[in-house]
Each structure stands twice: as structure tokens, then as C-alpha cells.
Design a protein around this ligand. Structure first.
Ligand code: PEP
Ligand code: MG
Length: 859
């Protein structure tokens, strides 16, 4: 092979079991072929060119071509394929049948027949013309496909366009192919494309030159691909494509035509026509699975009944198949469990929990927004909660479209199959509720025009969709689609459960769920959350029948009026907490005292105001006046959270009583309950002291009244920057600190979580933020506050439990930060719990191996 100066890798290497070939120097395909050679599989002779050599070729420095050509028999036809470090980064398409020329054509006429030889030559000339000589494919438009003179017409057209006859010298052809592939890789568009898939700017390309096996002879001849599993489900199933020469086409160039091995309606299957070859193929595929430790698709050629393996490629797979394949490899003892855990991208688990738009479905995109709650749903457009309920009553799935949602819309959200809002960000009302319900949701779709009054939605391309039209929202990608594309059903199967059980065995950070209702709690339990990390008690009043009571409480002007409403609220809350404690029996439940941002609870619609006027027995005009009085300029920074608890303490008293009564009741029926009570939106130590004193007093009163004892833990939610900075003086008063990173992000950036959707994509596109900080934790800024909070809090109270309960808790990148920062657990929406469990396990494993989950996925 090529002579090389000392200390430099050879330009080209014949692939042998001992040749110094590595993924990082010659690419994944070259390395895989070497593995196949080492397994003694019948692989045709192959030469690998290194990244360095291919880079040189692009710069005009050709390797020793004679040495490459000499590695093959004189009359061999060759093919060249790309070999990038990561197959996902792509590469130029393979070029086959290099070496075809007039002389070879004449030879092949004897073995293949004139038509077969002509078809082969013709295809090579065309592919060379387009990919190497860069001619416009149109130049062959006049050639009659399959006509008797097609070959000479193509050769003529080539010559007419290039002013040169078609090159006849195989070495010259090969050099030109290598040059064109090397340059294609270094072109700007190819570089941008692969960088978008995560490739570094200087990612190298290797090339493999392989002798083509002539797919003709006596007996069974043909080519195809075979794999041992189903690509969609990952279930064992021999599947593939096979083109037999006897089916009338030349069989050089594997994979040209799709025919199912076992279900070919047009002829006998390979199993019938060549059982031995079929058996060999299966055993080769099994050997590859065993030794390459991966499900591989085998690319093969059969000549006179004998199998040749051209290549092995990692089987492409759906999310469901990825999980099943990894688990099966571990169960068969081929890879350790830890490796199976590392092989599944945690983000894709979400796809298994929800219906998705099928990957190959046609998407008629009419707009997009922020992908706020994953999964896809198709339904008719409705523009109000009432319409959504009516639609559900008729049994017609609907998509609820709102400018933004408020508690008044929650009944509509329950009735709809998906929600689309014009405004909002990843932590806005619609997004949080959507995720909680497992309801596909897109928010901040500001490139669509919402005409709520006219009940119309105007697409980016001007199309007008009206109430009743069918749309699909893809809450995983943020795309809004017209019509109804094909869907893929949710698929949390046994393999999914097994993988998560293995993950739980290795992870070292706790995972709880944010759950507000018994249904959420059931979901949390089903996904094996280790407790509830955040129960937003005001969300318990989103239920239509209860919303009015909550409003009555907010509206009460006199203490008698308030006491009356609280007396009605007490049994409701007690019942709620009892249900949560029972469902979560044996696991901790953290209940956050009311934190109703007033704008989310004031009745804005006329009907809401009417309902409230009836409930309060006052004129609508009074309600309207009170709403105006109570309106705040910045409700997210207004009378919320503990500020309500300090100014109207009876409310928290009622909640504490309900929690304690439910604690005693639930403890009678099952394991003793130790409730966790959390104070929201704290910014000063004194707030904690005031609330704590009253809650302790309520606890004493309940204990005395009932003559029973119980324990409870009081904690503080750190979601204002000041609380993080002053964590040292707050922590001695509390058993735990839970960081609410939604508000903390909002306040650290001074950026409204409900309005950020309007400018977020512009900010991310222009690189102001690397990602939406409401989605992926800003480890630099917000993260610094978290770290300060952790250090200062722990320094003054070493036994304190630390957690995070903002939406970031379900994001793998943010979990990595929390683990590093020493948090005890993260809490996230129930449907994100599986992702969090897997991501946490991957982090624990990678802290031992030193390899990040991403690197492990690629290796
Ligand atoms: C938070 O602010 O992070 C949080 C969990 O609370 P909420 O989203 O209810 O404001
Ligand atoms: Mg908050």
C-alpha cells in the first residue's frame, strides 16, 4: 500500500484484521468493515482512506492512486462510500461500478447479456456525470429509458456537455470520484448540515473503496439488506429487501429495489429460493449482533448461492425500538445493563408516552410556536372553553385555541385533545397545565394570526382556518399542521419499564413529581415518582365547580365573609389532601400553600363575572368594579404567595388545618403520613417566621382537638433572587428548601414567563440566549443563584433537604446541574418523570465512566 513518511498515518490502508484503523481516523464505516473482517465474514477487499488523506484530496493532493488500484484485481469494479466518524453526520452518496468502460462492457455482455451490461454502464455514466462531472441531470432528458440506443445516447450526451469522451481509465475514474466526494464534504452546505447535527466544524471524512461483487452467475444471485428486528417496534423479526437477478434486473449495486425477504408478493422469498444462503445470512447477522454488540443491518450480495457481506449499518430505529433493542441486548448478556441505559437518549422517552406524528408522515405546516407539552393531537378548531366542552360532548375531538389561557379555560382544556395559544412561554399557564394533564400543547405561536372573535386562525402562508376545520398540533416539535397526518401510538411497553427499573438501581438523585390532583398523583405513582415534590394547591381550584369558591375567597372584603368561604373550602381541601396522601401512601407529599397570581384567578370574561356575581349575590357591576380595583400592573410580582399568607393569614391557617386533619385521617388507613408544607414566593426571613408561628399554632390546636400526634416538615420555596441570596438566614427555620426555577428565572432575567414567547425565538436565533432559559436552566446566571442558595442554606442547616421544583426538574441538562450542585431530588411534571429517571441514571453512570451520555450514545 501507499508509502508514507514516518510518523504519519498511511494515506490508504487495505482493511485487514490488524490494519491500524480507528473510528477517529478512518470513520465508522471503515472501522465496522474491519470488525466484520475480523469476524472472518466474507467481506470483499476494501481499502480505507483516512480523514487526513481525504482532506488532502480536497486540497488537490492525491494519494498514491496506483497503490490503491493495485490492491484490487485488474478487472474489478469498485465502489466508494463515505465513512464519517458519526453516521448521523452523513456524507456524499456512494458511487458504484467505478471501472465500467467500453472494454468492460463488452466483457460483461457475455456474462450479463447485452441489456444487463448496457444498463449497468449507463447507470454508471449517469451517476458519474451528475456527481463527479457535476452535469445537470437534464442533459439526459432526451435519452429514451431502456431504449436500444440508450447507452450510446448517454455517452454521446456526456461528451457533448463536457467536450471530452467519457473517461475510460479506471484509475482516472476513481481519482475523479474521490476528488468529488472529498470536495463535496468540504462544501459549505454539507458543513452547515452536519454542524446542525452536532458535528464539529473540522469533522473529517474517510472514504472506503471496495471491490464490487458481480451479482451474476449460476444459481441464486442477487443483492439486498437484512436485519433481525423490526425497525418500528424493535421486536425480533427478520426483515429486509432483496432483489434477485432472476427477477430481471442486474444485481450489482445492492439495495436498488425493495422487496421483502419473506413477504415478496412477486416471487419466492429468499428463504425458499436459496435456503442455505438465507441461513448463512441469518447466522452472519446474529454473529454481528453478538460481536458488534448492536443490532446491525447486513448489506449483502449473493453470487451463485454464496453470500458476500458488503457492509453492516446500525439498524435505524424508532424511539420504541431503541429502548427494546437496548434492553434485549442487555438481557441476552451482550452488553451490560449500564450500557443499555446509556444507549437510549433520555429525551426520546417522551415520544413513548404520547401519540406522535409518524416520522414519515407528510406535514402541512401552517405555523409554529413553543413546544410546550409533548405529543400530537388532531381535532377541530374551537375558540372557547364552552365550545371545547360542547365538542367533547358530541364526541368530536377538538383543539382549543386561545390567545392565552386562564383558570376559566381549564374546563375547556380538559375537554380538548390539544391546546394552542398565541402568547405564553414554556412555564405559562397553558404550558404548565398541558404538561400536567399530558395534553399536547403549543404556546407562543405568534407567527399565526389569532382572530378569536371571527373564530379564525390565519396561517403564515395566508390560509384561513375557521372554527370546525381540522388541525393537528405537534407539541413535541411546536409545529401546527393543517389536516390529519398519520400518527404513531404511545408505546410504553415492558422494555420501557425494564429500562427504567434498571435506571432506578443506579441513579443517585431523587425524582419526585409535581402533582396537583388525584389524577396527577396516580400518574406520578404509575411512573414511579418517589413522592410529590410540589402540589400547587391553587390548581386544585381550576375545576369549574370550585373556581368560583376560590374567587369568592379572593373577593371577600370582610373577615366574616372570608371566614364563611374558608369554612366551605376547608372540607374540600381536606378531601383533596386525604386523596393525595392515600394515593402516595409511603411516599412524601409536599403541599405548597396558596400562590394564586391574581390575574390567573380574576374573572376576565363577562360570563365569569356573571357567575361570580350570582355566587356572591352582588350586581355584576360591583364585580367588575372589584376586578378593576384588584387588577395589578405586574401580577406575577404582586399580591402572590406568602404575601397573601402574611396579609390574609386565615387562608394559610385553613390550609394548614386541612393538611393536618387529612394527615391524621390518612394515617389511620395506612402508613403514617408526614406532610411537607411549603411557603411560596418568600423573599425575607420574617415572612417565614410569621407563617411558621401560625402553622405551628394550628398544628398544636389540631393535636389538642383530636388528641392525636403527628409530625410535619415545613419548608420554603426559593424562587426570588433575594431568597437565594439570604438562604443562610432562612434555612435554620426550615426543614427543606425547594428552588422554584420558573419564578427564579423570570425574576433573575426580569423577563415575564407569560410574555417571553413573543421574543424568545428571535433571542435564541440571534444567539442572545443559547436556549430558552425557561426550558433549559441558565446555569451561568440562575445557576449561580442556585449554588449560592445551596451553599448558604446548607452552611447554616447541614440537615436541610434541597430540591428543585421548577419545570427544569424534568430536563436532562438541568438535572445534571442539580446533581452536581448537591440537590437531593428534582421534581417535575408526572409525564416527565420517566425522562428524569433515565437521565439521572445516565449521569450517575457517566460520573463513573467519565463519558457523557451524549458521547456514550455515539460510541
Ligand atoms: C416556580 O416558580 O418554579 C414554581 C415551581 O412555581 P410556579 O410555577 O407555580 O410559579
Ligand atoms: Mg413560582
Amino acid at each position: 500500500m501507499a508509502q508514507t513518511p514516518q510518523n504519519e498515518a498511511p494515506d490508504s490502508l487495505l482493511i485487514t484484521p490488524v490494519a491500524p484503523i480507528a473510528n477517529s481516523t478512518h470513520g465508522g464505516r471503515a472501522k465496522c468493515l474491519q470488525r466484520l473482517v475480523r469476524l472472518d465474514l466474507p467481506v470483499p477487499r476494501t481499502v480505507a482512506l483516512s480523514f487526513q488523506a481525504v482532506h488532502g484530496i480536497a486540497q488537490g493532493e492525491m494519494p498514491d492512486m496506483a497503490a490503491i488500484v493495485e490492491a484490487f484485481p485488474a478487472d474489478a469494479l469498485l465502489c466508494v462510500r463515505p465513512s464519517s466518524q458519526d453516521p448521523d453526520w452523513g456524507g456524499p452518496g456512494a458511487i458504484l461500478n467505478i471501472g465500467m468502460n467500453d472494454a468492460r462492457y463488452v466483457d460483461l455482455c457475455d456474462s450479463l447479456g447485452r441489456d444487463g451490461a448496457a444498463a449497468l454502464y449507463l447507470r454508471f455514466v449517469q451517476s458519474y456525470a451528475v456527481h463527479v462531472a457535476r452535469l445537470d441531470p437534464d442533459v439526459f432528458d432526451d435519452v429514451e429509458d431502456g431504449g436500444p440506443d440508450a447507452l450510446s445516447e448517454v455517452l454521446h450526451a456526456y461528451e457533448a456537455e463536457t467536450d471530452e469522451p467519457f473517461p475510460q481509465n479506471p484509475a482516472e475514474q476513481l481519482a475523479a470520484v474521490l476528488r468529488s466526494m472529498a470536495r463535496a464534504w468540504e462544501g459549505t452546505s454539507a458543513r452547515l448540515l452536519r454542524q446542525a447535527k452536532g458535528a464539529p466544524a473540522d469533522a473529517g471524512l474517510g472514504l472506503v473503496v471496495q471491490e464490487m461483487v458481480p451479482g451474476f452467475g449460476q444459481g441464486e444471485c442477487g443483492s439486498g439488506v437484512l436485519q433481525l428486528v423490526n425497525t418500528k417496534t424493535g421486536q425480533p423479526q427478520i426483515t429486509g429487501r432483496y432483489l434477485s437477478q432472476s427477477q430481471g434486473r442486474d444485481a450489482l449495486g445492492a439495495g436498488a429495489e425493495a422487496l421483502f425477504l419473506e413477504q415478496d408478493p412477486r416471487g419466492p422469498s429468499l428463504e425458499d429460493s436459496a435456503p442455505e444462503a438465507f441461513a448463512d445470512l441469518k447466522s452472519h447477522a446474529r454473529l454481528m449482533r453478538q460481536r458488534l454488540r448492536e443490532e446491525m443491518q447486513v448489506e449483502f450480495v449473493i453470487v451463485s448461492g454464496a453470500v458476500h457481506i458488503l457492509d453492516g449499518v446500525r439498524v435505524t430505529r424508532s424511539a420504541q425500538a431503541a429502548v427494546r433493542i437496548a434492553v434485549a441486548l442487555a438481557e441476552d448478556g451482550i452488553i451490560p445493563r449500564a450500557e443499555a441505559i446509556m444507549r437510549v437518549d433520555a429525551h426520546i422517552l417522551t415520544e413513548l408516552l404520547h401519540r406522535q406524528v409518524a416520522p414519515d408522515a407528510t406535514r402541512d405546516v401552517i405555523g409554529h410556536g413553543i413546544a410546550a407539552s409533548p405529543g400530537a393531537a388532531t381535532g377541530r378548531l374551537v375558540f372557547t372553553a364552552a365550545e371545547a366542552q360542547a365538542s367533547a360532548a358530541r364526541g368530536e375531538p377538538c383543539i382549543l385555541v386561545r390567545r392565552e389561557t386562564s383558570p376559566e379555560d381549564v374546563r375547556g382544556m380538559h375537554a380538548a385533545v390539544g391546546v394552542l395559544t398565541e402568547r405564553g412561554g414554556i412555564t405559562s399557564h397553558a404550558a404548565v397545565i398541558g404538561r400536567g394533564l399530558g395534553l399536547p400543547c403549543i404556546v407562543g405561536a405568534s407567527n399565526l394570526k389569532f382572530h378569536s372573535k371571527r373564530k379564525q386562525l390565519v396561517a403564515t402562508d395566508g390560509r384561513v382556518l375557521t372554527r370546525g376545520d381540522t388541525i393537528t398540533i405537534d407539541g413535541s416539535s411546536g409545529e401546527v399542521l393543517a389536516g390529519q397526518p398519520e400518527m404513531l401510538e404511545a408505546a410504553e411497553d415492558g422494555a420501557f419499564q425494564t429500562l427504567l427499573t434498571w435506571a432506578d438501581e443506579v441513579r443517585d438523585i431523587g425524582i419526585r413529581a409535581n402533582a396537583d390532583t388525584p389524577e396527577d398523583a396516580e400518574t406520578a405513582r404509575k411512573f414511579n415518582a418517589q413522592g410529590i415534590g410540589l402540589c400547587r394547591t391553587e390548581h386544585m381550584f381550576f375545576d369549574p365547580g370550585r373556581l368560583t369558591v376560590m374567587r369568592e375567597m379572593i373577593f371577600a372584603e370582610t373577615s366574616e365573609g372570608r371566614a364563611a368561604v374558608l369554612a366551605r373550602l376547608l372540607p374540600m381541601q381536606q378531601e383533596d389532601f386525604f386523596a393525595l396522601f392515600r394515593i402516595m401512601e409511603g411516599l412524601p407529599v409536599c403541599i405548597r400553600l396558596f400562590d394564586p397570581p391574581l390575574h390567573e384567578f380574576l374573572p376576565t370574561s363577562k360570563s365569569g363575572q356573571r357567575e361570580l356575581s350570582e355566587a356572591l349575590g352582588i350586581p355584576v357591576s360591583d364585580v367588575t368594579r372589584r376586578v378593576e380595583e384588584m387588577e395589578e400592573y405586574n401580577p406575577m410580582l404582586g399580591l402572590r404567595g406568602v404575601r397573601l399568607g402574611v396579609t390574609v393569614p386565615e387562608i394559610y391557617d385553613m390550609q394548614a388545618r386541612a393538611i393536618f386533619e387529612a394527615t391524621l385521617d390518612a394515617s389511620k388507613e395506612g402508613e403514617p403520613v408526614v406532610p411537607e408544607i411549603m411557603i411560596p414566593l418568600v423573599s425575607a426571613k420574617r415572612e417565614v417566621e410569621l407563617v411558621k408561628a401560625r402553622i405551628d399554632a394550628v398544628a398544636l390546636a389540631v393535636k389538642a382537638e383530636r388528641g392525636e400526634d403527628f409530625a410535619y416538615r415545613l419548608g420554603v420555596m426559593v424562587e426570588t433572587p433575594r431568597a437565594a441570596l439570604r438562604a443562610g438566614e432562612i434555612s435554620p427555620h426550615t426543614a427543606f428548601l425547594s428552588f422554584g426555577t420558573n419564578d427564579l428565572t423570570q425574576m433573575t432575567y426580569g423577563m415575564s414567563r407569560d410574555d417571553a414567547g413573543r421574543f424568545m425565538s428571535a433571542y435564541v436565533n440571534q444567539g442572545v440566549f443559547p436556549e430558552d432559559p425557561f426550558h433549559v436552566l441558565d446555569t451561568d446566571g440562575v445557576g449561580e443563584l442556585l449554588k449560592l442558595g445551596v451553599q448558604r442554606g446548607r452552611a447554616e442547616n447541614p440537615d436541610i433537604t434541597l430540591s428543585i421544583c421548577g419545570e427544569h426538574g424534568g430536563n436532562p441538562e438541568s438535572i445534571a446541574f442539580c446533581r452536581e450542585a448537591g440537590f437531593d431530588y428534582v421534581s417535575c411534571s408526572p409525564f416527565r418523570v420517566p425522562v428524569a429517571r433515565l437521565a439521572a441514571a445516565q449521569l450517575a453512570i457517566s460520573s463513573q465512566t467519565g463519558k457523557s451520555p451524549r458521547e456514550s450514545l455515539k460510541s
